[in-house]
Design a protein around this ligand. Structure first.
Ligand SMILES: [Zn+2]
Length: 448
């Protein structure tokens, strides 16, 4: 009854003369003997309680199974052998090789197999040589091509700094990705540093509770260091704003649309179907948006000076998006006439106007020969006082004359609007004052 009574292998010679080995395994969980074919190998699994005599009795059945599945086993073995040999070929492909230059520098070259590569190519990236070899290339092709890489290696290894990782190659005084500022009360704050091709001077901004220092591309670290004391004193002043609770449990009770000289109370009804009556009364000038996300729908309608939001289940951020899109709809309604008026007053040509969801700016202007110029305004401008909306329109209209922020541009703005300079500063600051829901990132881009 012990395992010793059960042989570890059996064999069976088929009628065609071929002999197959049958591995015998003992299983304590199995109730009855079992024969199977796995990867070209016959395996006979027997319960632990099985006695030799019981085994003998099952043998005819086993032999029959082997006889019937002999061809299948052979096919499996052939396929396995093939796979193994291709795998072996893969194995003979090294993952790297070294080359010693004439001047004695040892270059380590990583080898990467690529299904997309058309030819063998060598690159030097971030101090690391890499040889890309198409998967179809055989070991022989690869070996014959290797000498071709030597010129490349000689050339690039000649300058030792090339072989250092980029971080180490940078001269000291490079602009860091972030800075740590220790507040007056001892806490440490990580301040992001953003390099911008558009920025003209070093400044600091606060976006969604995070401080970010924007530096013009290509400036020296010294310039940033010199600006830091000023930036940090601004940070210290704005700290309370940054620390306003980031968690919001509900929509605001009302939103201010200064342009309409009133605050619109917000009424939320989680059931979309309750909007049916309102939706049936819509007219083309109704300020209404409807959105759909998976199975949930939501709509926002201005009705008797109350902004009614229906649906969205309990999902606050779905409701936030509805509020944002409603504001965008209101912006599309109210902002273009103001921009057109500014253009007319200043005898400027007509433009294509769009209201967009820019995440960092109030507006933009595009001009191209032969195409009607276009001006995009950020929908969030609908939340600004009228004088700032007008100023934004003046700013973007000014770009029709000057596509930059040069003194000539500022002069043109001044001509259109006497207090342009003060308003410009106020507009810059207004972004920080936007309510949390207006700067919350959208995760759904299409409305229905
Ligand atoms: Zn501008």
């Amino acid at each position: 009854m012990s395992d010793a009574n059960i042989p570890q292998t059996l064999s069976h010679t088929c009628r065609n003369g071929e002999t197959f080995a049958i591995a015998v395994r003992v299983s304590s969980r199995l109730r009855a003997p079992q024969i199977k074919l796995d990867k070209g190998q016959f395996i006979f699994v027997v319960p632990a309680w099985l006695r030799r005599s019981d085994l003998e009795r099952t043998l005819p059945q086993i032999r029959l199974f082997v006889e019937n599945n002999a061809d299948k086993a052979k096919a499996q073995l052939v396929r396995l052998a093939k796979e193994k040999s291709s795998h072996a070929q893969e194995q003979t492909f090294p993952s790297s090789y070294t080359y010693t230059t004439h001047s004695g520098i040892v270059c380590m070259v990583a080898i990467r197999r690529s299904t997309r590569a058309r030819k063998v190519t060598i690159t030097l990236k971030n101090g690391r040589f890499e040889l890309v070899v198409p998967t179809w290339a055989s070991r022989e092709t690869f070996s014959s091509l290797l000498p071709l890489t030597h010129n490349f290696l000689e050339k690039w290894a000649a300058k030792p700094t090339n072989l250092l990782p980029r971080e180490q190659r940078k001269p000291e005084g490079e602009i860091p990705n972030s800075l740590t500022y220790t507040c007056k009360d001892g806490r440490q704050i990580t301040v992001g540093v953003q390099i911008s091709a558009r920025a003209r001077y070093v400044r600091i901004k606060l976006i969604s509770g995070r401080f970010i220092i924007v530096v013009p591309k290509g400036i020296r670290k010294k310039v940033l260091d010199e600006a830091l004391p000023n930036l940090y004193s601004w940070l210290e002043r704005e700290l309370p704003t940054a620390e306003q609770p980031q968690k919001h449990e509900s929509l605001p009770p009302e939103i201010a649309i200064p342009l309409l000289h009133k605050n619109l109370p917000i009424k939320v009804d989680n059931t979309y179907l309750n909007a049916t009556q309102r939706l049936s009364e819509l007219t083309p000038s109704s300020l209404c948006i409807t959105m759909k996300m998976n199975t949930e729908s939501i709509c926002a309608i201005l009705h008797n000076d109350v902004l009614e939001i229906y649906g969205g289940g309990q999902d606050l951020f779905f409701q936030v998006m509805a509020l944002q899109y409603w504001c965008q709809r209101a912006a599309e309604h109210y902002l273009p006439p103001i921009l057109r008026e500014v253009l007319q007053q200043n005898s400027l040509p007509d433009v294509v106007i769009s209201i967009r969801d820019q995440s960092t700016r109030w507006g933009s202007c595009r001009k191209k020969a032969g195409v009607m110029p276009s001006i995009s305004l950020n929908w969030r401008a609908i939340l600004l006082p009228e004088k700032l909306i007008r100023h934004l329109c003046v700013h973007e209209s000014g770009h029709l004359l000057h596509m930059n922020h040069s003194p000539a541009f500022k002069q043109a703005m001044q001509k259109m609007e006497a207090e342009a300079r003060e308003l410009e500063k106020e507009l810059d600051k207004a972004w920080q004052k936007l309510p949390w829901w207006a700067v919350h990132k959208r995760y759904l881009k299409n409305t229905v």
